[in-house]
Design a protein around this ligand. Structure first.
Ligand code: NAD
Length: 445
C-alpha cells in the first residue's frame, strides 16, 4: 500500500487556502491507490470570478464594492454554496469555502458541486436599500455564472431570506419567461423556499451531534440530554442550535455574538436571551448572566462546544485551553489543523463542518427539487429526510474512521503528522466518490 507522507507544518495555519490543502493531504496520505492526477484537479477551483461595481449610497455618494463567486467543482452537479457579506471576505477564503462545499455535498450525498461567494462590505453599516442595491448589482455582474443548473447561491454570514429574495428577483428579471425559482435557495416560503430551510443547518448540527454521541465515542458523554453546551455565535445557525439542543434536553450554559458572550451555569432562558438580543442588539448585559469575552467562551468548562460563527477560532493559540468533551463545527472551518492536532492529543472529539453543518445544503437540495417541480413539501417530510441523510453520513464517517484506523495500525505512527479523525474519514469518503465519478465521466476531451 502506498501512502503519501505529510510533514508537520510546524507553523500556525492561518491561511484559509493552506488549511484546506493541509486537510486534503491529511486524507490523501491515508487513502491507498487513489488517482493522484485527478486529486490534483480537486485541489484548484474550476472558476473564480471577481467583480467590482459602483453603488449609489443613501447620501448620494458613490462607493465601489468588490465581490467574488468561486465554482470549485461541478463533477457531481451544479455548484452550490452561500453568499456572505463581510468586511473580511477575500478570494482565498471564498475559494477554500467553495472547496469545503465540494467535500460536503459529496459526503452528505446531494448532486451538487462546491461554490461560494461574497461581497466585501460591512452589512451593519449599510441600510436596507443599500444592501438591496449591492445584492442586485452583484448578481447582475455575475451574469451567466449562476443559474439553476450552473451554480445556485444560498444564505451565509450576514445574508438571509431577504437577500435571497433579491437574488431571485434580479435573476428572474434577467431571465423572464422561465421558472427561475431554483436559481437560489434559502428563499422565504412564500417565494418558493422550503419549510424548514431556515432552521436546517442548526437542526442538522443537532441531529448529527445526537447520533454521534450515541456511538459512545466521546468519553464521559453518552447523550445530549443533560449535556452542558456552549455556543459561539447567535445568528441563523447558532440560535437554532441553541433552541434544538435545548429541546433535546441539553443545558445551554453559554452563548456569544460578535460583541461578546454570556454565561449562566444553571442554563440560559432562551426566550429571554432572544428578547434581550432583539431589544438591545447584543447579548451582553442580560440580567442574571455573567459576561465573557469571545475567547473565554471557547475555553469554558462544558460538555459540547459549538463554534457557529467564524473560521479559524480554535487553533494553536487556544486549543490547549478547550475543556469541552466534543467540539461540533456548526461554522465552516472553525478548527484549524493545528487545533485538530491539539484537541486530539487531549482526547477531544471534533465533529467536522463537512458533516456537522451539511443540513443546510441538504435542505437547499430539497428546496431546489421542490422548485423544479413547483411542489411544497410538509415540514415533517423535510425533517424526516434531513434526519436520514445526517444519520447516514455520521454512520458512514464512523465506519470509514474504523476502517482507516485498522489500516493505520499497520503503519508507524511517525508516517502521519496529523491524527486520524472524523474530518479525515469524511474527506476520504468524499474523495473516493469524486475521483470515481470523475473517472467514470472521463477527462475532457
Ligand atoms: P449569521 O450572520 O446569521 O450569524 C453569525 C453570528 O456570528 C452572529 O450572531 C454574529 O454576531 C456572530 N459573530 C460574528 N463575529 C463573531 C465573533 N468574533 N465571535 C462570536 N460571534 C461572532 O450567520 P450564520 O448563517 O449563522 O452562519 C454562521 C456560520 O455557519 C458561518 O461560518 C457559516 O459559513 C456557517 N454555515 C451557515 C449555513 C447556513 O445555512 N446559514 C450553512 C452551513 C454553514
Amino acid at each position: 500500500m502506498e501512502h503519501i507522507k505529510l510533514k508537520k507544518s510546524g507553523v500556525e495555519d492561518s491561511n484559509a487556502d493552506t488549511v484546506v490543502n493541509i486537510n486534503l493531504d491529511r486524507a490523501l496520505c491515508r487513502i491507498a491507490h487513489i488517482h493522484k492526477g485527478i486529486v490534483e484537479v480537486l485541489r484548484y477551483p474550476k472558476r473564480a470570478v471577481t467583480v467590482t461595481f459602483p453603488i449609489e449610497m443613501d447620501d448620494s455618494s458613490v462607493q465601489v464594492f468588490k465581490g467574488y463567486r468561486v465554482l470549485h467543482n461541478n463533477t457531481l452537479g451544479p455548484g452550490k454554496g452561500g453568499i456572505r457579506f463581510h468586511v473580511d471576505v477575500d478570494l482565498d477564503e471564498v475559494s477554500s469555502l467553495a472547496t469545503l462545499m465540494t467535500w460536503k455535498c459529496a459526503l452528505i450525498g446531494v448532486p451538487f458541486g462546491g461554490a461560494k461567494g461574497g461581497v466585501i462590505c460591512d452589512p451593519k453599516e449599510l441600510s436596507h436599500h443599500e444592501l438591496r442595491r449591492i445584492t442586485r448589482r452583484f448578481i447582475s455582474e455575475l451574469g451567466e455564472n449562476i443559474g439553476p443548473y450552473i451554480d445556485i447561491p444560498s444564505p451565509d454570514l450576514y445574508t438571509n431570506e431577504q437577500t435571497m429574495s433579491w437574488v431571485f428577483d434580479t435573476y428572474d428579471v434577467m431571465h423572464s419567461g422561465n421558472n427561475n425559482r431554483a436559481v437560489v435557495t434559502g428563499k422565504p416560503v412564500s417565494l418558493g423556499g422550503s419549510v424548514g430551510r431556515r432552521e436546517a443547518t442548526g437542526r442538522g448540527v443537532c441531529y448529527a451531534a445526537r447520533h454521534f454521541i450515541t456511538k459512545h465515542m466521546v468519553p464521559g458523554l453518552s447523550s445530549l440530554d443533560g449535556a452542558r453546551v456552549a455556543i459561539q455565535g447567535f445568528g441563523n445557525v447558532g440560535a437554532v442550535v441553541a433552541e434544538q439542543m435545548h429541546c433535546m434536553g441539553a443545558k445551554i450554559i453559554a452563548l456569544s455574538d460578535s460583541q461578546g458572550g454570556i454565561i449562566d451555569n444553571e442554563g440560559l432562558d432562551l426566550a429571554e436571551v432572544s428578547a434581550y438580543k432583539h431589544e438591545h442588539g447584543s447579548l451582553i448585559g442580560l440580567p442574571g448572566t455573567m459576561s465573557a469575552t469571545n475567547d473565554a467562551l471557547l475555553e469554558i468548562d462544558c460538555d459540547v462546544l459549538v463554534p457557529a460563527a467564524l473560521s479559524r477560532q480554535i487553533g494553536a493559540h487556544n486549543a490547549q485551553d478547550v475543556k469541552a468533551k466534543l467540539v461540533v463545527e456548526a461554522a465552516n472551518a472553525p478548527v484549524t489543523p493545528e487545533g485538530d492536532r491539539i484537541l486530539a492529543s487531549k482526547g477531544i472529539q471534533v465533529l467536522p463542518d463537512i458533516l456537522a453543518n451539511a443540513g443546510g445544503v441538504t435542505v437547499s437540495y430539497f428546496e431546489w427539487l421542490q422548485n423544479l417541480e413547483n411542489q411544497q413539501w410538509e415540514l415533517d417530510e423535510v425533517n424526516e429526510k434531513l434526519l436520514k441523510k445526517m444519520n447516514k453520513a455520521v454512520d458512514a464517517s464512523v465506519e470509514r474512521l474504523k476502517q482507516l484506523t485498522t489500516e493505520e495500525s499497520e503503519h508507524s505512527r511517525d508516517d502521519f503528522a496529523y491524527p486520524l479523525d472524523l474530518r479525515t474519514a469524511g474527506l476520504a469518503i468524499a474523495l473516493d466518490k469524486l475521483v470515481a465519478v470523475t473517472e467514470q465521466r472521463g477527462i475532457w476531451p
